[in-house]
Design a protein around this ligand. Sequence first.
Ligand code: ADP
Length: 228
Amino acid sequence: MCIRDRLRPEPQLPKGGDVVLQGRELWFKYDKDLPDVVKGLSLSLRKGEFLALLGGNGTGKTTSLKLLSGLRKPYRGELEISGSVGMLPQNPQALFVKKTVREDLYEILKGRKLSKERQDQRVAHVTALCRLEELLDRHPYDLSGGEQQRVAIARALVNRPKVLLLDEPLGALDLRLRKDMQIELKRIQQQMGITFVYVTHDQEEALTMSDTVVVMDKGRIQQIGTPE
Ligand code: ADP
């Protein structure tokens, strides 16, 4: 399989469906004396789209996610977001705060103006979606790597973001588990009708899971295309 080359990638045009997030010519550096890390990033994401962001180490993938999430501000360019954007970081296990998986899920909803009933509905929904029924009373740190990953995904989804940004979510898992989780993630994404931006440096993973593949190099988009 090869990705169709475009010598001068244009901002990606939506192919139908609502646009949920749009970045136009985003430029970013970590300090005014440091070099640009993201150089004119333009991306348009549609509802339910699975976009893989592919590229080698240090090419600006993680920084691009930080810009799209609003965690970092570009010094030039515009970002339009309709709805909330969630993020699944590289080592989500580090975020577990409570003694049980159940408490950990409720903790995320704390401080939001949701009735107890709504909270219960949200937790029940992600529990079913991520198949956590058997794990709710367990301590997050006693779970296997794959189970922890499912909890981390549930934590990211319980807030019902329109867009979820995932930074190499399966990078730490062994090959077999990785394959299983790829199928799980794709199923979850489709069932929720949510937009995924999925950073990986695994070309096969990007090509098998996504609708759109974006290849980054040295802070720029080199190619955009469908996996075909
Ligand atoms: P990737 O995710 O593709 O590996 P990153 O976005 O993490 O790339 O990093 C892109 C560049 O920005 C790298 O050269 C990296 O060293 C630099 N960088 C990342 N984070 C910081 C930071 N907090 N301060 C300064 N430079 C950073």
